[in-house]
Design a binder for this molecule. Structure first.
Ligand code: SF4
Length: 403
């Protein structure tokens, strides 16, 4: 594990290397650039990137390397950390065996002090994993199903002899799904939002989030409401959104989150009678991270969408974290109503040549909030389930099992 400069995390836990591009958000994949630099003989990413004209290029070749000795690394960290799971791959990449994913969940179950942040561009496979895991718990019609945490611990023990995995009784008393695992999807535009969000909402989790980075086009969460197969991503209060966020609004958001957590508990207590469904949460998105693309080939990010998102999410009581404006921030007003009228320009709302002005920032990733236009510095954290709340959950789940 290594410390990270990612603003919303503390450390990264990389036990996978290698991936394959899936959508436009991957075009300037940061991990591919790192892999190319360290792809020489004997280096960490040897054999994982494509070779062109005898030279390695920044493009995964589809192979995957699993670093089994790194799987239990979080168990060796005593202080509670926010841990981003795999910045050099995608946990739900098709080449990653379900057994390895289950082992990772076993490690996460055994280290409740950490908050794990999972991001994937493959929510369909994430759903397939949970369906597979549920099948693993099945012991036939005449026996109680196994505890899913027990299955995950079983696989974790295949890779590690760490003492934290030996005393399983307290771990098996934890709530399922794991309260310290936040699952999310990466999206880059409206198409990917609509493709991935409704799948994320079906994943059993207490905290679901979206990372809108690199932001490559306008996205509208409001437009998703109530039109299957998409999902009502935000609570209905968003439709009365009219206020610009100020400190008062932000305080109200914090209060709303506390109330939402309580509502979440009540929701669980009313549905816990069907524990095998593993269904949790309010059915709404819990956190949004937004950021522009960085690097020499960065694509433009119209920062004018940030106030709009802040307004929508504040009104909905959902926290939002503006990470960075990226290396090519632009400002273009009226993008919603008036597509670009530049002669022959096919870029529509995302035209950077017409009607847009570049925003000059000193920070090369646009990550210094002091330089941002007014009203954009909103960096709220994801909601966390407290130990006390987890204890209430466990009591409710045990009562349901005993009934
Ligand atoms: S899914 Fe992530 S790691 Fe994989 S190619 Fe795309 S950006 Fe890179």
């Amino acid at each position: 594990m290594t410390p990270t400069t990612i603003e919303w995390s503390d450390w990264v836990w990389n036990f996978l290397r290698g991936c394959r591009r899936v959508s436009p958000g991957c075009v300037n994949c940061y991990a591919e650039g790192v892999a190319r630099r360290f792809s020489g003989p004997g280096l960490a990413y040897e054999g994982l990137v494509q070779i062109r004209d005898g030279k390695p290029i920044a493009r995964w070749n589809g192979k995957l390397r699993i670093l089994e000795d790194k799987l239990d690394a979080p168990l060796r960290k005593r202080k509670g950390l926010r841990i981003f799971v795999n910045s050099m791959s995608d946990l739900f990449y098709e080449e990653v065996p379900f057994e390895v994913i289950a082992a990772a969940f076993g490690i996460m179950a055994a280290s409740q002090r950490h908050i794990y942040q999972i991001l994937t561009k493959r929510p369909k496979r994430m759903l397939e994993f949970f369906a597979w895991l549920e099948r693993q718990t099945d012991r036939g019609p005449h026996h109680e199903p196994l505890h899913p945490i027990g299955v995950c611990l079983h696989y974790a023990q295949q890779y590690s002899e760490h003492e934290a995995l030996l005393d399983t009784a307290p771990i098996l008393r934890r709530a399922w799904p794991l309260t310290n695992v936040h699952v999310g999807v990466s999206i880059e535009d409206q198409q990917r939002l609509e493709e991935r969000l409704h799948l994320l909402m079906q994943v059993p989790s207490w905290v679901r989030w979206v990372s809108f980075e690199p932001a490559l086009g306008w996205v509208d969460f409001k437009g998703l409401h109530g039109s299957p197969p998409t999902w009502p991503a935000l609570p209905p209060s968003i439709f009365s959104a009219s206020c610009r966020p100020n400190q008062e609004t932000l305080n109200a958001v914090a209060h709303h989150r506390r109330m939402a957590n309580l509502a979440r508990l009540r929701h669980v207590q009313s549905t816990v009678a069907q524990p095998s469904r593993w269904s949790t949460g309010t059915g709404y998105l819990d956190w949004l991270v937004v950021g522009g693309e960085s690097g020499p080939k960065a694509r433009p990010f119209n920062v004018r969408m940030i106030p709009r998102l802040i307004e929508q999410f504040s009104a909905a009581g959902v926290p939002l974290f503006v990470k960075q404006l990226g290396s090519r921030p632009i400002e273009r007003y009226g993008y919603l109503e008036t597509p670009c009228s530049g002669n022959g320009c096919g870029d529509g709302d995302w035209c950077s040549a017409h009607s847009a002005r570049p925003l000059k920032l000193k920070h090369k990733k646009g990550a210094d909030p002091a330089e941002w236009p007014e009203g954009m510095h909103v960096q709220q954290r994801a909601p966390e389930i407290t130990r006390e709340q987890e204890a209430e959950l466990v009591a409710a789940q045990e009562a349901a099992r005993a009934a």
